[in-house]
Design a protein around this ligand. Structure first.
Ligand code: AMP
Length: 472
């Protein structure tokens, strides 16, 4: 049975914000996590983006912080009380927008800091005082080093997309940030998988956590049709154009395995007459946000991206996802195709099986999701890349945009009636979590030395980093 938000007795400003967003019933992670976080317990949550996870931690956290609400202009009266850490700039922006929407009728201040942009405006915001700080680890450390922010009054810390933070090599940064926080605090950790590394992190930093498992990371949504085509590497672009045309695909994510490949493919597709943008880690923050916005507005048809850049982006109901390259990591396949067929919508996932290791990688995907795929042949038609008629694409795109609700709801002016939104109700989210059977020993301890050099370029080389962790 699903419960409505009214059963929670949230404070009136939060109830109002939830109503504005058109949420009615809670998602499974919200039903399970909100009461636990309201009690102040630590949580270890297996949940992916798209499950309503942000509200699951943000609403109870805001509720508990309402006692700190005040209208004083003094920054000292607005210390950071809650810290939310995320692996990428896009995710940080997305979560900060959501938190601001939930907090908009409260007197609590929220802001976001991330790398790749000027620090000064962020510094000014921090110095004004802010209760909820959403941040990527590297830039937060820059601000800590610059004495722009003090974290000694933090009561809540959220490690969101923790598995991805470890993948990227943020462990030393996380350890360092956590060492600045009071011991007495509530820690919430969310991760798509509970790998040995994540368990290790949890056992070091969480106290008697409640484990909440709603999503099965190794499952793909039943609403996604999955195709695998055998395509020689040199024919992939042609195959992509043909499938976009023949299947009438209005918009798609196209995943590649490298930043270089991403930029090259985007340029080539653009030359072919397809409206394309690239999303990868070497792009400036501004460029990345622009690409994403252009895609959301429907001005771009194909968003070519790497896994790190795309992880967790809140773009729902993309009609199709292409795996132009088969991902090296089978779990990334699940994440990639999670962009389509979300929340019960129909989706299409098309993967190109080329040479090299691809057959082995497909076998690993089959093992992970416990499903066999037929590798289909593709018959090339006469190729006419430049004659796609704009009208047809626009029609398809409109249909997709009508189906998408989140932007419209968030952007709705105050007071305008927002249509009720269905909680993402996908059997995928209701299935119990299944542990990945990887028994690999934690790799991060060995990797720590190497990773330490990944910290932000703005930080001076640290003296013995390990010496700082003594208290941990
Ligand atoms: P998240 O997993 O937090 O990124 O949320 C995914 C999407 O679901 C966002 O667009 C949220 O605004 C939306 N959402 C979260 N909770 C609910 C709910 N209870 N009902 C409807 N939509 C929701």
């Amino acid at each position: 049975m699903t419960h409505t938000f009214s059963t929670l007795s949230l404070a009136q400003p939060l109830e109002r914000a939830v109503a504005d967003l058109g949420y009615e019933s809670m998602t499974p992670i919200q039903e399970q996590a909100i009461p636990v976080v309201l009690q102040g317990r630590d949580v270890m949550g297996a949940a992916q983006t798209g499950t309503g996870k942000t509200a699951a931690f943000a609403l109870p956290l805001l509720q508990r912080m309402l006692r700190h609400e005040n209208t004083s202009a003094s920054p000292a009266r607005h210390p950071v009380r809650a810290l939310v850490l995320l692996p990428t700039r896009e995710l940080a922006v997305q979560v900060a927008q959501a938190v601001s929407a939930y907090a908009k009728y409260t007197g609590l201040r929220a802001t976001v800091v991330f790398g790749g942009v000027d620090m000064k405006p962020q510094t000014a915001e921090l110095k004004r005082g802010v209760e909820v700080l959403v941040a990527t680890p590297g830039r937060l450390l820059d601000h800590i080093e610059g004495k722009n922010v003090v974290l000694n009054q933090v009561e809540y810390v959220v490690l969101d997309e923790a598995d991805r933070m470890l993948d990227i090599g943020f462990l030393p940064d996380l350890q360092r940030i956590l060492s600045y926080l009071p011991q007495q605090r509530t820690t919430l950790l969310f991760s798509a998988t509970f790998s040995p590394e994540i368990r290790r992190l949890a056992s070091s930093y969480l106290q008697d956590p409640v484990t909440i498992e709603v999503a099965r990371p190794n499952a793909t949504a039943a609403t996604v049709t999955q195709h695998f085509y055998s395509v020689a590497d040199d024919d992939k672009r042609r195959a992509l154009r043909q499938l976009v045309r023949s299947k009438g695909i209005a918009q798609a994510f196209v995943f590649v395995n490298s930043k270089l490949g991403c930029a090259r493919l985007a340029r080539a597709l653009e030359r072919d007459g397809l409206k394309t943008a690239a999303l990868h880690g070497d792009k400036s923050q501004d460029e990345r946000l622009k690409s994403l916005d252009a895609f959301k507005r429907g001005e771009v048809d194909l968003l070519v991206c790497t896994d790190v850049a795309a992880r967790g982006l809140d773009i729902k109901d993309v009609p199709a996802v292409f795996n132009y390259d088969i991902p090296f990591n089978a779990e990334d396949y699940v994440h990639r195709i999670g962009r389509t067929g979300r929340a019960g919508a129909e989706g299409l996932a098309i993967s190109f099986v080329g040479g090299g290791n691809d057959a082995r990688l497909v076998a690993e995907i089959e093992k992970l999701i416990r499903r066999k795929f037929e590798i289909e042949a593709i018959e090339f038609e006469e190729d006419r890349p430049n004659i796609r008629r704009q009208g047809r694409i626009n029609d398809g795109r409109r249909a997709w945009r009508d189906a998408s609700d989140s932007r419209d709801a968030l952007d709705a002016p105050r007071g305008r009636a927002v249509p009720a939104r269905e909680a993402p109700n996908d059997p995928f989210f209701d299935q119990p979590y299944q542990e990945s059977d990887s028994a690999a020993p934690p790799a991060w301890e060995a990797a720590t030395k190497k990773q330490a050099s990944r910290v932000s370029a703005n930080i001076k080389p640290r003296r013995k980093v390990a010496a700082l962790f003594k208290s941990e």
